[in-house]
Design a protein around this ligand. Structure first.
Ligand SMILES: CC(C)(COP(=O)(O)OP(=O)(O)OC[C@H]1O[C@@H](n2cnc3c(N)ncnc32)[C@H](O)[C@@H]1OP(=O)(O)O)[C@@H](O)C(=O)NCCC(=O)NCCS
Length: 196
């Protein structure tokens, strides 16, 4: 079994590997160290991803890179040779759900946040889904209700809020907060809505 079926770069037109210019490509097995370090960095700041720093283990990273590489999609953003962002999602095992990608997580190193890296990375991820994975009809993710910027971010990329899961996730202060289910659904042929 090939865990990473394609390692070819899928950079937007004009992208180079110069320092400061993002290169966005599919993840490769040798990205492990950089992705592990990225997740440790991001999880150090509460209120973003669900895992806390002590829950970012090598097994966790190996597992999501392997799973999304074999049955889904994982992409990294690089500044020079440094991995500064990663996004992944995978197909569920059951055939009835195999038309979608779920368990999506996106992370950008704190020092790089708010500078357009996340938007470029996620836009490229969705472009690959749209163009190279025609059998993927739906992408879904969860985000905590207090992460308003992330909700606005996903909405601007064509995701809709589909559900409120009450008290599903512990907040920074320990109180429970709602988790928001958001989904992107492949538009019907001919729909040229440029959000997609
Ligand atoms: C959410 C995240 C991936 C966005 O990446 P980014 O590089 O910071 O985002 P960009 O600079 O490309 O900005 C895109 C949008 O993200 C939002 N955003 C910006 N900084 C953000 C931050 N620190 N946290 C959350 N959202 C942010 C804004 O709504 C922005 O919209 P705009 O382009 O209209 O200004 C990134 O901030 C991050 O990794 N946050 C911590 C982990 C996390 O929350 N992951 C998502 C869990 S569901």
């Amino acid at each position: 079994m090939t865990l990473f079926p394609s390692s070819s770069p899928v950079n937007p037109p004009g992208a180079t590997d110069a320092v400061g210019t993002p290169v966005i490509r599919r993840s490769r097995p040798d990205d492990f160290e950089g992705v592990y370090s990225l997740y440790l960095d991001v999880a150090a700041i509460p209120g973003g991803i669900a895992r806390s720093q002590d829950e970012i283990t090598p097994d966790y990273v190996v597992s999501f890179l392997g799973r999304s590489g074999a049955a889904g999609l994982s992409m990294v953003a690089l500044d020079g040779d440094r991995i500064v962002g990663e996004v992944h999602a995978a197909r569920p095992v059951l055939r009835a759900f195999s038309h979608m990608l779920t368990d999506l997580t996106i992370c950008v190193r704190p020092a790089y946040q708010g500078r357009g890296w996340g938007r470029r990375l996620f836009s490229e991820f969705l472009r690959v889904v749209r163009e190279d994975m025609p059998d993927v009809r739906r992408v879904e993710l969860f985000t905590r209700q207090s992460n308003r910027r992330a909700i606005a971010f996903y909405t601007s990329l064509g995701f809709c809020m589909e559900g409120i899961l009450r008290g599903r996730i512990a907040g920074v202060d320990g109180d429970l907060e709602d988790d928001i289910l958001m989904g992107w659904v492949r538009p019907p042929p001919g729909d040229d809505d440029d959000r997609y």
